[in-house]
Ligand binder design. Sequence first.
Ligand code: PLP
Length: 397
Amino acid sequence: MISTKMIKMTEGGSAIRAMFEEGARLAALYGRENIYDFSLGNPNIPAPEKVRESILRVTRETDPMELHGYMSNSGYPEVRAKVAASLNRRFGTNFDEGNILMTVGAAGGLNVLLKTLLNPGDEVLVFAPYFLEYGNYVSNFDGVLKAIPANVKGHFQPDAEALRKYITPKTKALILNNPNNPTGVIYTAETIRAIAAVLEEKEAEYGTSIYLISDEPYRELAYDGREVPWLTEFYKNTLVGYSWSKSLSLPGERIGYVVVPSECDDAGLIFDAAVIANRILGFVNAPSLQQRVVAECLEEQADVAAYDKNRKALYAGLTDCGFECVYPDGAFYMWMKTPGDDKEFVERAKKHNILVVPGRSFDCPGYVRIAYCVSYDMIIRSLPAFRALAGEYGLSK
Ligand code: PLP
């Protein structure tokens, strides 16, 4: 018999993945062009040309034994040094290769950090709505995930005062995801400052270290010139997890990094343990070819203007139908209030060939997430279906 923990997981499944499968089923029945699949955060914009050129050049010009071999579990030192230099240029920090660990995407980085930090029973806080995989990652290491309810009235900015009530002597970390999946909200410097003040106050009260894990796969996806605060500036015990999955449209390549700033409590121990965690979790090291490629593409990014065009068209279309949405500042998700129960809404939407993910999949019922990393054309074609759906709820203008 398999582990009882895994039995529960096979029963629970993932609503997002299930929706993705449903999309494939409906496409086979009605034709791909008649299905409006907004379920998955899989970038639809091609990686920049420089990525392809680098893959070809690196593959051609590097000795194959060197290119495909193992390296230090933390990654190539020269790649880590380039990542550090790029962060220093952008954020005025003072990192070097000793602060950077190359990882298997953001998911790999988060698992490495949680393995490094958690004892069984340690608590990890998140603000709802949040990426539900966090619960699985925390449970991998027998931690306990505690969710702070969504600050609906405060436009989904995390509420530092609510945070205060959730911190206990067992709180080991707070995961913050900015820009946010699923709301598309960018947490402001003011919000971060308030959170940092509460964390510092509670660290002093309990004599503990509470790590702020900044999960940043959407950092580069910010619109209208909006700034995404760099968290190590605000709070000493910040650990950053980044990936190129979204910024360079490389989710399948599994490449990212973790930053462990030197000023963190136990920074040296954390870094050394994280390198071991990377190894013993079975990642061993981040993919060798992709490390070399991203090191050449640190100034590149996918065409955010295309997502911006989608964002504007979808927001205008949905609000014109009478739906209420959060206007997203970042990432590529629209967070829409459902006129009734979110699960029922998703089922009704399916009848119009629209696939969206219920808010309860992000621990926040009453909303749906609409991923607009899709073709502009599909957005425009989907709007009559959304209008018909709105009509069922008596919303359509
Ligand atoms: N964190 C958040 C908030 C995400 O939305 C995702 C992926 O969608 C991840 C982490 C995992 O990213 P990666 O593909 O880099 O592992």
